[in-house]
Design a protein around this ligand. Structure first.
Ligand code: ZN
Length: 258
């Protein structure tokens, strides 16, 4: 069974500026989870809508310290690398044996469903997205843009509650955060390593992330996806120099209000 392309078109967004938009980090280690860490995962609570963006190893455990998973309205997975999706299995299994609920919509590139095995996850409702797709989750609109990373990796723009989040997913420097459009209140951008590692993998350094966010006119930059072997302070320092202002660092459990 193959996942079917999503028929969602958008944006059918009804913005309510009175509602809050929060981003809580469930995991932020790059490429593999470090000691006590977790792969990529972010909880978005936008008005009354709850979206999990990426479901890397270890993120589902943290999610359950914040909310009951039954409250999650949809999951977005940016690409097929394992540090961004393996806890989909835990979400599926918990829904089967822990607390039943209707199948959970999962928006992801086709390759993710192929690797996970759509038929192995009966509690997940797979919906294929690609470059240019939009998905509506309640009153929230998600728009997807292909980045500079392996195969098909999709950065995401999330609009809701009168606020806008831009997430780079994983990307090398040959992609511009501008692709996510203007008016981003907060950019969550990968900064996997320091400048001396530039060009060694399909990722950005702190310097490149800071420069990209500045070029995109970001009001606020949160860096994430650092390899556990890389010094956090060094990445932040070069990101701030390139951004021209303060940069915040994602850490597990940290909450950002847009
Ligand atoms: Zn990654």
């Amino acid at each position: 069974m193959s996942p079917k392309p999503t028929a969602d078109t958008g944006p059918a967004v009804s913005l309510d500026p009175g509602d809050a938009f929060t981003l809580t980090v469930l995991g932020c280690d790059g490429s593999w989870p470090g000691p006590g860490g977790a792969g990529s995962g972010y909880l978005l609570q936008v008005g009354g809508n709850v979206i999990v963006v990426d479901a890397g190893p270890g993120t589902f455990a943290t999610l359950q310290t914040i909310i009951d998973p039954v409250e999650v309205d949809a999951v977005v997975v940016t690409h097929h690398h394992s540090d961004h999706w393996t806890d989909l299995y835990a979400m599926d299994t918990q829904a089967r044996f822990g607390r039943r609920r209707p199948p959970l919509p999962v928006y992801a590139p086709a390759r993710v469903g192929e690797l996970v095995g759509v038929g192995r996850t009966p509690m997940l409702d797979w919906r294929v997205v690609t470059h240019g797709s939009r998905a509506g989750v309640g009153e929230v609109s998600c728009a997807f843009h292909r980045t500079d990373h392996a195969e098909e990796t999709l950065g995401v723009r999330v609009d809701g509650a009168g606020r806008t989040l831009g997430y780079s997913a994983d990307s090398g420097p040959e992609w511009s955060l501008d692709e996510l459009g203007s008016g981003l209140d907060l950019i969550l951008c990968e900064a996997t390593y320091t400048a001396e590692h530039e060009g060694t993998a399909g990722h950005m350094s702190g310097r490149q992330a800071g420069a990209a966010a500045r070029a995109a006119g970001a009001k606020r930059l949160v860096i994430t996806h650092r390899w556990p072997t890389i010094d956090a302070g060094a990445v932040a320092k070069e990101a701030e120099a390139a951004f021209g202002g303060p940069v915040e660092q994602a850490t597990i459990g940290r909450e950002f209000t847009l």
